[in-house]
Design a protein around this ligand. Sequence first.
Ligand code: BGC
Length: 672
Amino acid sequence: MKYDINKLTLDEKLNLLMGDGAWKTSSANGKLRQVVVADGPSGLRKMYGKSETETETATAMPTLSIVASTWDEELARLDGATIADDCIEHGVDVLLAPGANVKRTPLNGRNFEYLSEDPYLAGTMARGFINGVQEKGIGTSLKHYAANNREIYRLSQSSEIGERALREIYLRPFEIAVKAQPWTVMCSYNAVNGVLAAENGYLLKEILRDTFGFEGLIVSDWGAVYEAFRSVKATLDLRMPQDKRHAEQLKEALDKGYITMDDIDYCVNNVLKLIEKAETAEKKIETTKEQRHENAVNIAKAGMVLLKNEDNILPLKNSGNYFVAGGVAIDPVIGGIGSALVQTEYKQKPLGELLAEKLPNADIQSSENPHINTWAVRRRAYLAYLKNSLVKAYGKDAVIIGVNGEEEGESFDRRSIRLEKEYELIIKEFAKYNKNIIVLLNVGSAIDVSPWIDDVKAVLYTGFSGEGINEAAASILVGETNPSGKLAETFPICLYDTYTGEEVGNGFVESYTDGVFVGYRHYDKYDLDVAFPFGFGLSYSKFKYDNLRIEKVGECDYKVLFDVENISGIGGAEVAQLYIKEVFPMVERPEKELKGFKKVFLKAGEKKTVEIELNYRSFAYYLTPYKRWHVQNDIYEIMVGASSRDIRLQKSVKIELPPETQQSQINKNIAE
Ligand code: BGC
């Protein structure tokens, strides 16, 4: 290592274990280069002031929920690489992203920052993002470790989770993503099973470092450290932001023998390694601002999900006459609130204008008043708007309405998963006079569409797609882009169909009594209908699945092959998904679990063979008494489909492992 720990005094060492202010590491009296960190997951947010909006401008990328619904690890990588160029330009060494927490409830205010309700998808996409950032010489911070699945009470509440659910669901995305060796992992605010994540030696040392093989630095979430010495004992290396008491507290703990010099040196060494990485990494900006914007648009195009398209009302026709309504179609929400908020200089054009450019022969009119969201309290203005717009929209071929839900952001949760009341009303009102309603769902997370879904012909989930949202939506609406996104989270029929409903814990404890039955695993278990299932998304093309073959290539390794054919006249991409079910399990197991996927691009009429590999971990569950991954000798259904509720091909395999092989897995950390 470049830096000699022995050249640091005790005070310098202790200061190195906390930030210098909020966004950089200590210089140890000028001896060391300072590492600059900044948020976040939807683009760079480098602060220069105290208020949330006092940040340098950067490319506002789609939020991670949209990145996840591309189901394309390469695009996650591109997303990361694009943000990394902004980091280099702004002198930032470590980007505080990605967030990989599993979406347990659609109410979580920060769901837009996270990837999926499925741990395999979340982990895979997080890995792609980390690789993209770090290949550019910028570090990442995989967060929020662990079990931070809602915002309310995030500072106080303990997530009480059984070992099996912890390992199979909540830690699994981290286990997968850590294979990319993020420079840092950020612990969460909450406690897990009664011990604060920042002090949780079991989670930080035993699992993250010793079992998952994490080699980097553990940083606290901002203000997550409570008792300094307990964090150091748990191998949390860096407390953020600066807290003047930190060094004093550690010195006292050292004197009392609560921690040793070795404990301190262990953390100091990790900080020194981070500094060295930041200093030696090769950093080169490879994109112009315009190219970064293009990347934002392209990821948004691939991540938006077409949920409904009755009578093929989309794409819009060049000869049509259309009306564009709803404030968010003019001034859309590009991201959520909090540390993921990005200030962009990019001024996007209103949707109506973009549509008019793309469909020169069409007649496209838009409503004039942009901000319906604020009209919730200005009812008269709202009614005037409505009347005015209804008159203009009368007799049009179709009406396109951009709608929004409750505010989504950090430190609070949504209270409901319905749209803003005014938006539900607007859809209903327009639907009275026009049968062809096209809704753009400008929301960051799952929405209850039941009050109005039967009144509309088409729904495009645009999510919070960053500064390219209108361009991407327009491109899909006119058919320039064939939609290929698929939901990375279920849209339940209503909140009460979710396991947690309105429950939020009591401020001290939240019991994860749903165990491993999270997301689609829950709806499958109770055989619940959903509005739009996990993995669902329409295309303008049609795909046919055929010819499933399963080849055994190792003791518990299989190669799954099948054909996907584009049987339409238009090129497109399909996300083929592979799920596994154990048929006669000895423990409760989900009806199906995602174990592989591939996004295939197919020209009109083209057919391709898709190959997905399975291994021991694809079949295993966490065997709590023996603390290991276990594959039961049994029959397993291999299901291939277009969504979790649209299985097209199915075959079973019988696994017969000799007992010695099963035993040999003890204590082995088998890669996926
Ligand atoms: C958030 C983190 C963020 C940090 C720094 C915290 O409140 O939970 O996600 O990286 O602040 O802004």
